[in-house]
Design a protein around this ligand. Structure first.
Ligand code: F6P
Length: 547
């Protein structure tokens, strides 16, 4: 089914949209004192208020109807059963197995993968504890003080986001840094002032062929070899990959190679050995608590009825905003400095997964798919782009997230953070009419003419949708649940849109062209049948490069 020929549920939602077009969140709240209670959901420590969305009971009933018409329950069961839901690559998507804390086996091709998962976790524990306690040492016998993860995309963003989010749990662990960009500035600046004798590199790459990661890994290898000699290299490297042959060729000892499997997608891999830098940063107990938090959310997603299922609700509201309210972008606004890399992480998760234009049958979809996701931590965003959120011509649905308790208790900082978070979603939802703005100005003593002149500028349309996540505190468990909720939201939307969220062919063309252009930038002649813009730019760059 594509939406070139929308099904009844989809058509019904289009019609419903027309019927409720004139409703304002102000009215929806005014006429229903129980709206918050009815439009919020809680699972474990994760609470979601979705009452400030432009939905009624009927909207939700229709959205659940759409989900059932698209086979949501069967799709969730199929995902957890290890079916080859990634049909273009003929693979299951079993990141949930990595955090499976139950005794349930998870079968791939008739084999239970859980013993191998537990084995890698045990090896990660031994290694992380040895590094953190100083038992594992560099070639000269010094403990590691700095760990540098080299990876990109899912082999960088997940561990980086979590290592930042859980900094309060670091204890006496090493300083863990991340290098991803092929721009050598990233590696050079990361290693500035760092002692090779106390540095451990973790080369993280599912394929162990990614150009950027391999270039950085080779330069890191040379940095160690130059400082400590070739023989020191094995003591200063570890690797995480599905490609054990390539890690061997690189010269990383087998006992420092941590495996994962092709049924783990790159952007879903932080729960695998790709999480090794997290374990090195905060300890294996906290890494396993992260897994436990995600597992609890998995169990909820797998078993809760659609109507009380947090990721399902989140996903369907996203579909409503995208396909029926026409919102092109979606903002993620963590009111938590520790979550400052969450928007970047979710960008890959969401946009690499649902940024698709053909359906599961290879036909162009007849409807919008994943929105552009972006964001920054509050309160910083308030002083930058919130102007557009409140008064611009685009409606941008937003996800706020905040913890009731912070990790530090400096003065009134946390109260200020909470107040600002709540104020923003309130302002977005309810706005301020021109009449109210004018009345306020008059009350403050402004001349009536001036008040009338300024009223249009000082009014807010409101009616702008948002979700608010509340956590008791940002901990490994609550973070695990939050991230898993977003992963499943992506899946829910992919089911509605009938697309495969687990492949990413869209990144391939650029890689191919970069390989073709590489020799043109030096050596071979610049002009070799490229388009005139590319040829011109190559020639310009060549003319400007030092000889
Ligand atoms: O180019 C996209 C991508 O394949 C991502 O999906 C992946 O997370 C990233 O590259 C890194 O890949 P690898 O872990 O194989 O180096």
């Amino acid at each position: 089914m594509t939406n070139d020929t929308p099904d009844i549920a989809w058509q019904g939602l289009l019609e419903h949209r027309r019927q409720i077009e004139s409703l304002h969140l102000r009215d929806l709240f005014a006429t229903d004192p129980d709206r918050f209670a009815r439009f919020s959901v809680e699972t474990g420590a994760l609470f979601l208020d979705y009452s400030k969305n432009l939905v009624t009971e009927e909207t939700l009933t229709r959205l659940f109807g759409l989900a059932r018409a698209r086979g949501m329950e069967a799709a969730i069961a199929s995902l957890f059963a290890g079916d080859r839901v990634n049909h273009t690559e003929r693979r299951p998507a079993l990141h949930m197995a990595l955090r499976n804390r139950s005794q349930r086996p998870v079968m791939v091709d008739g084999v239970d993968v859980m013993p191998a998962v537990r084995d890698v976790l045990a090896r990660m524990r031994t290694f992380a504890e040895a590094v953190r306690s100083g038992i594992a040492v560099g070639s000269g016998g010094s403990p590691y003080r700095t760990v540098v993860n080299i990876g990109i995309g899912g082999s960088d963003l997940g561990p980086l986001m979590v290592a930042e989010a859980l900094k309060a749990f670091r204890g006496s662990g090493p300083d863990v840094r991340f290098v991803s960009n092929v721009d050598d500035t990233h590696l050079v600046e990361t290693l500035r002032g760092v002692d090779p004798a106390t540095t451990l590199f973790v080369v993280s790459s599912k394929t162990f062929t990614t150009q950027e990661t391999m270039a950085n890994a080779q330069s890191a290898r040379a940095w160690i070899a130059d400082a400590l000699g070739d023989a020191a290299v094995p003591s200063h490297f570890a690797a995480v990959s599905t490609n054990l042959e390539a890690t061997r060729t690189f010269g990383i000892p087998a006992n420092r190679v941590f495996e994962f499997w092709d049924w783990v997608g790159g952007r879903y891999s932080l729960w695998s050995a790709i999480g090794l830098p997290i374990a090195l940063a905060v300890g294996m107990d906290h890494f396993e608590a992260l897994l436990a938090g995600a597992h609890a959310l998995d169990e909820h997603f797998r078993t809760a009825p659609l109507e009380r299922n947090l990721p399902v609700i989140l996903g369907l509201i996203g579909v409503w905003n995208r396909n029926f309210l026409g919102c092109d972008t979606h903002a993620v606004l963590p009111y938590d400095q520790y979550l400052h890399r969450l928007p970047a992480y979710l960008q890959q998760l969401d946009m690499e997964s649902n940024g698709k234009r053909v359906d599961r049958d290879g036909r162009p979809v007849g409807h919008a798919t994943g929105p552009i996701l972006w964001g920054e931590p509050g309160t910083n965003g308030q002083h930058a782009f919130f102007q557009l959120l409140h008064q611009g011509t685009s409606v941008v649905p937003a996800d706020f997230m905040v913890a009731a308790d912070g990790h530090h208790h400096l003065g009134r900082h946390h109260d200020l953070l909470l107040a600002n978070c709540l104020a923003q979603s309130q302002a977005l939802a309810f706005g301020k009419t021109a009449e109210t703005a004018e009345a306020e100005m008059l009350q403050s003593g402004m001349a009536p003419e001036e008040a009338r002149r300024l009223a249009p500028y000082r009014s807010f349309p409101g009616n702008r949708p948002s979700n608010t996540f509340v956590l008791p505190k940002l901990t490994p468990e609550t973070l695990g649940a939050l991230v898993a909720a977003y992963e499943h939201r992506v899946f829910v939307q992919s089911v509605i849109w009938n697309i495969n969220p687990f492949d990413q062919w869209g990144v391939e063309l650029g890689k191919q062209l970069a390989n073709r252009l590489l020799p043109r930038l030096s050596g071979t002649p610049a002009d070799s049948g490229e388009d005139s813009s590319t040829t011109g730019l190559v020639a310009k760059l060549r003319s400007l490069r030092p000889a």
